[in-house]
Design a binder for this molecule. Structure first.
Ligand SMILES: Nc1ncnc2c1ncn2[C@@H]1O[C@H](COP(=O)(O)OP(=O)(O)OP(=O)(O)O)[C@@H](O)[C@H]1O
Ligand SMILES: [Mg+2]
Length: 329
């Protein structure tokens, strides 16, 4: 490996700093903003070139909002988004369009995200047509090539999305996301709507494509077992915050945050001789409109102390590359 590739692999493709995305809640006769859903409330992480960061957490903790804010489909309330070192937080117009080529999304629901009235060839070539005026012939060649890469037959070109199974539709969605040769793909629960039997096929495809196209992934899931196979590092979210982030091995072998420990203990263990004590959390996830004071996890935390109710713990490095937001450390 040459020196330059080594260097490239180590640099950050994406860095987000203290990102906040609040949804306004309108109320009253004048439709004024009366409160906010603090969907993303201070999230920081980085993803290195070629790496996969898994982002996990329960439903409603802000994973999709984080992903959509990075793509600038949502306006951040505060914080910074750096892509290849460049601040893209407030890009507009043409420069925003340019950067969008480099970042694409694969959605959870391939049924909802593909236009059923459009021929698959057109679905996949649409992003290319939006950014260039290539000839019909070269467009078609590119789409045929993409179909092959995602494991679909050539005649898929002339069919409609509704003619395909869930797994195949997700392959169409992936081909479309690849069309502009992006650097970053945000995959938002890309297999959770699929039959278990096809989930691993689609996951394997994503892994193969990652190698072939030098892709960097933000891989969103609410299930730690899905991200395990995909990720190099894992970030755990709770109520709009990253509570722990580390290399995959460390997250599984040595989870530090009580919330991560509970998530890990919920993964079924195939070997019955291995003892595992399931940690059952009390209560429900509080509302992100009115998050608890101090640590957002304190009302459910088995280890909560006095300071947890008043002081919000910051995400700090406890072991090399292992960051935790918890007063226990
Ligand atoms: N358009 C919106 N307007 C107001 N609140 C929203 C909107 N979209 C999401 N929310 C709220 O923001 C919070 C975070 O939602 P988000 O969809 O980002 O969570 P998530 O982690 O992706 O959940 P899931 O696992 O269910 O996909 C939730 O409380 C949700 O109800
Ligand atoms: Mg979501």
């Amino acid at each position: 490996m040459s020196n330059t590739t080594l260097k490239k692999e180590k640099s950050n493709l994406l860095e987000i700093k203290n990102l906040k995305t609040y949804y306004p809640i309108k109320g009253g006769f004048l439709r004024k903003t009366v409160a906010h859903v603090k969907a993303v409330d201070d999230v920081s992480f980085e993803i290195k070139n070629g790496e996969t960061l898994g982002l996990v957490g329960e439903s409603g903790c802000g994973k999709s909002t984080t992903g959509r804010t990075i793509l600038r489909l949502l306006e951040p309330t505060d914080g910074q988004i750096l892509f290849e070192g460049k601040d893209i937080t407030s890009l507009r117009g043409k420069s925003l369009r340019e950067i969008r080529k480099d970042m694409q999304m694969v959605f959870q629901d391939p049924y909802a995200s593909l236009n059923p009235m459009q021929m698959v060839g057109d679905v996949i070539s649409e992003p290319i047509r939006n950014f260039s005026n290539k000839s019909q012939k070269s467009l078609k060649n590119e789409v045929m090539d993409l179909l092959k890469k995602v494991g679909l037959p050539e005649d898929a070109y002339y069919k409609y999305a509704h003619e395909f199974s869930g797994g195949q539709r997700q392959r169409i969605g992936i081909a479309r996301a690849l069309a502009l040769r992006p650097k970053l793909i945000i995959a938002d629960e890309p297999v959770s709507a699929l039959d278990v039997s096809v989930q691993s096929q689609v996951l394997n495809l994503l892994k193969e494509l990652q190698d072939e196209f030098d892709l960097t992934f933000l891989f969103i899931a609410h299930d730690l077992s899905v991200v395990k196979h995909m990720s190099d590092r894992i970030g755990v979210m709770y109520l709009g915050n990253i509570v722990e982030i580390a290399d995959k091995e460390n997250i599984y072998a040595e989870p530090m945050h009580p919330y991560t420990q509970a998530l890990i203990s919920a993964i079924p263990v195939p070997d019955p001789r291995k003892k595992s004590e399931r940690i059952v959390l009390q209560g429900d996830v509080p509302s992100p409109v009115n998050p608890p004071s101090g640590c957002p996890f304190h009302p459910r935390c088995p280890h909560a102390m006095e300071s947890c109710t008043t002081e919000k713990p910051v995400l700090k490095e406890v072991n090399p590359g292992h960051r935790v937001a918890c007063h226990l450390y």
